[in-house]
Design a protein around this ligand. Structure first.
Ligand code: AMP
Ligand code: MG
Length: 348
């Protein structure tokens, strides 16, 4: 008898939980940080107040990221480093951690990602949006100054040679995404569910959608950036896209974009229009999408084959509109409506 009552009680509790689960209302927020608009959707479980606190914590963390990582904010750690003219600078812990991870990505990509590209980024006018095309001589001089191996990071102390300047624009959003996602996971162990859209195509899916379905994220068509050509399903995964369409200017009929080839200090012309990386770490997605854009399709595909330890997959779109995707996306990648007749070449 007792057993039957217990079973009935359990059924009522389970039913109530299921109903509550169905009505889990998200806490949404939009914020401007790191030069872009960000949107967060948090399904925090049953405690809405706690979810709102998490959202507020995230907003303040992003303001802190801006204060530390922005090369253009003269009070930031990075601006201070760039002004130090050869003198050592003591960094805050998160900046040192980001720099150490970024330098590792520069090393593993053999300098396709190079955080010392900053003087060249400035010379093209991408920092102040006053664009210009530097002369061949100026570019040669700028390219000679790009060398991540000149950055000495010892614990929290960084020293740059005079003339070398750094910019974390290619990796900072990914780092911030991992940081915020970790907080959501810590607060809601076992019931975490959130979508963190850090703008300009850096997305972190924490857990799955409530109910267990994957998050479905569109991949921008670089030829028509208002459309998505594909959908990727993510559960506890991040995704990052780098593309020439994201920031560029035109002069005399030529398009110049913000992703530079460290060998030439000029916009990387590898034949690619966009690179999307899917990986557990948003920092990996952010850093590698920039680096693979510089490498191009062939070198990028070889890099993917040679680095299984980085646990990433890639979607390449060429300037001719060809689509390539790596084998690890099987079952998680599909073409979007309007693009189902497009051919997708599988990279294995
Ligand atoms: P993303 O949008 O993540 O691909 O990063 C591009 C930004 O990183 C640019 O706006 C520059 O600030 C900087 N950048 C450009 N080219 C490179 C490069 N090859 N390596 C590292 N940072 C770069
Ligand atoms: Mg990047």
């Amino acid at each position: 008898m007792k057993k039957r009552i217990l079973c009935a009680l359990l059924a009522v509790v389970l039913c109530a939980c299921a109903l509550a689960g169905c009505s889990r209302e998200p806490v949404e927020s939009t914020t401007f940080a790191m030069d872009t608009v960000m949107n967060f959707t948090l399904y925090g479980g049953w405690d809405r107040e706690k979810t709102k606190e998490t959202r507020d914590w995230m907003t303040s963390r992003l303001a802190y990221c801006d204060e530390m990582f922005s090369a253009t904010d003269e009070n930031s750690d990075i601006a201070q480093v760039n002004r130090a003219a050869g003198q050592p600078v003591e960094l805050k812990n998160p900046t040192a951690e980001l720099l150490s991870q970024a330098l590792e990505l520069c090393r593993v990509t053999d300098g396709a990602l190079d955080i010392t590209a900053y003087p060249a980024v400035k010379a093209w006018g991408f920092t102040q949006e006053e664009h210009r095309v530097p002369s061949e001589e100026e570019l040669a001089e700028l390219a000679a100054r790009i060398d991540y191996s000149a950055v000495k990071l010892d614990g929290n102390t960084i020293t740059l040679p005079e003339g070398v300047e750094i910019d974390l624009g290619a990796v900072a959003k990914g780092f911030a995404g991992d940081w915020l996602a970790q907080q959501v996971r810590n607060i809601y162990p076992g019931e975490d569910s959130a979508l963190l859209d850090l703008g300009q195509s850096t997305i972190v899916a924490v857990g799955s959608k409530p109910g267990g379905k994957p998050w479905r994220i569109g991949v921008v068509d670089p030829a028509q950036p208002e459309s998505y050509f594909a959908v990727v399903e993510l559960v506890d995964m991040a995704m990052g896209t780098s593309g020439g369409y994201q920031r560029y200017f035109e002069q005399d009929g030529i398009t110049y974009w913000h992703i530079l080839d460290p060998d030439t200090a000029a916009p990387a012309r590898s034949g690619l229009a966009s690179v999307t990386v899917v990986a557990p770490s948003a920092l990996t997605c952010d850093g590698l999408s920039t680096a693979l854009f510089v490498m191009g399709l062939e070198e990028g595909a070889a890099f993917w084959r040679n680095h299984p330890e980085l646990e990433f997959d890639v979607i390449f779109v060429t300037e001719d509109g060809e689509i390539y995707r790596t084998a690890g996306l099987e079952g998680r990648f599909s073409l979007a409506e309007g693009y189902t007749d497009r051919e997708v070449t599988l990279l294995e």
